[in-house]
Design a protein around this ligand. Structure first.
Ligand SMILES: [Zn+2]
Length: 181
């Protein structure tokens, strides 16, 4: 056994805790923490209570891609995903750091636009997982050429929710919806 092993594991341990705290502070739910760290469930629960000052909310997010494809949700998801892909091409970051950085930039962008953030941190994490698993992709809008989160096989006449808002869009114009005009 090498003498460096214990020191290394202590270092890894503190790195895992640091990462868990960062994720909890971003509002991550338990499933994110379990996926992105190697800490035990019990350990994570204790950390969560310590950092968030309350017990984590129970229940899992529905395992469905539908949410990300609905009108406004899709625009928010696309905004986040474009930031995430852009960042991933730059400096090498670990997945949890990349997610956190992209999510912070998404929040900044949303604040500038003056609307409420629809995409939660946990949903952003789930979106990245769906993209990684090839269950969702990005397709260019045939009108504005922007890249939008979509199903895998959109046709070439695909138009995004900004260029082609649904009929109900008019009603929510003043309710913090993202539109082109
Ligand atoms: Zn468009």
């Amino acid at each position: 056994m090498s003498a460096a092993a214990p020191a290394k594991s202590v270092l890894n341990e503190s790195k895992q805790i640091e990462r868990a705290v960062m994720l909890i502070e971003m509002g991550a739910r338990m499933q994110v923490l379990e996926s992105e760290t190697t800490l035990s469930y019990e350990r994570l629960i204790r950390l969560y209570k310590e950092v968030a000052g309350k017990s984590p909310s129970k229940g899992q997010l529905p395992f469905s891609t539908d949410w990300f494809l609905t009108w406004q949700e899709n625009i928010h998801s696309s905004l986040f995903m474009n930031i995430h892909v852009y960042l991933s091409k730059g400096v090498a970051l670990e997945p949890a750091e990349l997610l956190t950085k992209a999510y912070r930039l998404y929040l900044e962008q949303i604040e500038v636009l003056g609307v409420e953030p629809l995409l939660s941190f946990t949903r952003a994490w789930r979106l990245v997982k769906f993209m990684d698993a090839g269950m969702l992709t990005r397709t260019a809008c045939s009108q504005c050429k922007g890249l939008f989160v979509s199903e895998l096989y959109e046709n070439r006449h695909y138009t995004c929710g900004l260029c082609n808002p649904p009929a109900r869009a008019g009603k929510s114009k003043n309710a913090g919806a993202l539109t082109l005009h």
